[in-house]
Design a protein around this ligand. Structure first.
Ligand code: URA
Length: 280
């Protein structure tokens, strides 16, 4: 199967099959398929996209899953690690400190921490909200249905999990509600965990960061929680000097497949920004 056909299959998997066609005679973004001109959702170059509040938490209005009886992780005891110490850590130290972290109450209910997965020298960093039930069991980010969609988004961009990509989350332990369902992380949980992500970013030195959903976007960009997220898509933001693109969380896209075309526009903006940054 040709590369183009393979990508068409992935776009089809994303529910974008009928929407996309290869535009001839128009500038291409890294030879990626672009939205056909006749698409109702067209607008690859959409700097002023308006969105609804659906970029809010990945877990909002999602079916609450009841967790099976998970084995409680054995919590290693470590002395409290200061933010300054974290900023000096190498990859191995950071991993082991995260695995033993007890900085917030999420450690009490986790099966294990979910550090992140991928190429430690990746140019592309994707940041989600926090592990869900599947990730808590498997110790890897985005392994459930949302992860499958994320993999398809990668494929549509000619990217692959683990190959020049890294996936991390704002928090490394699964936040659960009273019914043992997934919930978004609380402010104090994000504050406790963010130094780890900051260190991951410093070690990876990505060319571009993709914020998957509201929680990731607001935490990475250090915006007030009251910030309307509708204004965040379609713009190249910065985390320190690294470009940040905000798009929908894959779990949201599973609930609102119609917005996959907008997510594709975001990914096209990301590819455009990446191409600009990588050529400097
Ligand atoms: N949702 C996230 O935000 N992160 C994961 O790792 C899984 C689901």
């Amino acid at each position: 199967m040709s590369e183009q056909n393979r990508r068409a299959v992935f776009l089809d998997e994303m529910g974008l099959g009928p929407v996309w066609s290869q535009r001839t005679g128009a500038p291409q973004l890294l030879d990626e398929p672009v939205i056909a001109d006749d698409s109702a959702e067209s607008g690859v170059h959409m700097p002023n996209i308006r969105v609804d509040e659906s970029m809010s938490s990945a877990w909002t209005d999602s079916a609450v899953q009841t967790a099976a009886t998970a084995p409680q992780a054995a919590l290693a005891t470590t002395s409290a690690t200061s933010v300054t110490e974290v900023t000096q850590m190498d990859w191995a130290q950071l991993k082991s400190v995260v695995a033993a972290c007890t900085k917030c109450d999420l450690c009490k209910s986790r099966t294990q921490t979910v550090f992140g997965v991928g190429d430690p020298k990746a140019r592309w960093l994707f940041v989600g909200e926090g592990p869900g039930r599947n990730e808590d069991f498997q110790g890897e980010p985005f392994v459930g249905p949302a992860g499958k969609l994320l993999d398809n988004m990668f494929a549509a961009m000619a990217l692959k999990r683990g190959d020049n990509t890294y996936i991390a989350n704002i928090v490394k332990c699964r936040p659960t509600d009273a019914a043992k369902g997934d919930r978004p992380p609380a402010a104090e949980e994000m504050d406790a965990c963010l130094p780890y992500l900051e260190r991951q970013i410093a070690l990876i030195k990505p060319t571009i960061i993709i914020a998957l959903g509201k929680t990731a976007a607001l935490a990475l960009l250090k915006l007030d929680p009251a910030t309307p997220v509708s204004s965040l898509r379609g713009t190249v933001h910065r985390h320190a000097d690294v470009p940040v693109i905000v798009t929908y969380h894959p779990a949201y896209l599973l609930r609102k497949p119609k917005d996959k075309s907008k997510a594709w526009a975001d990914l096209c903006l990301a590819m455009q920004s990446y191409a600009g940054s990588a050529s400097k």
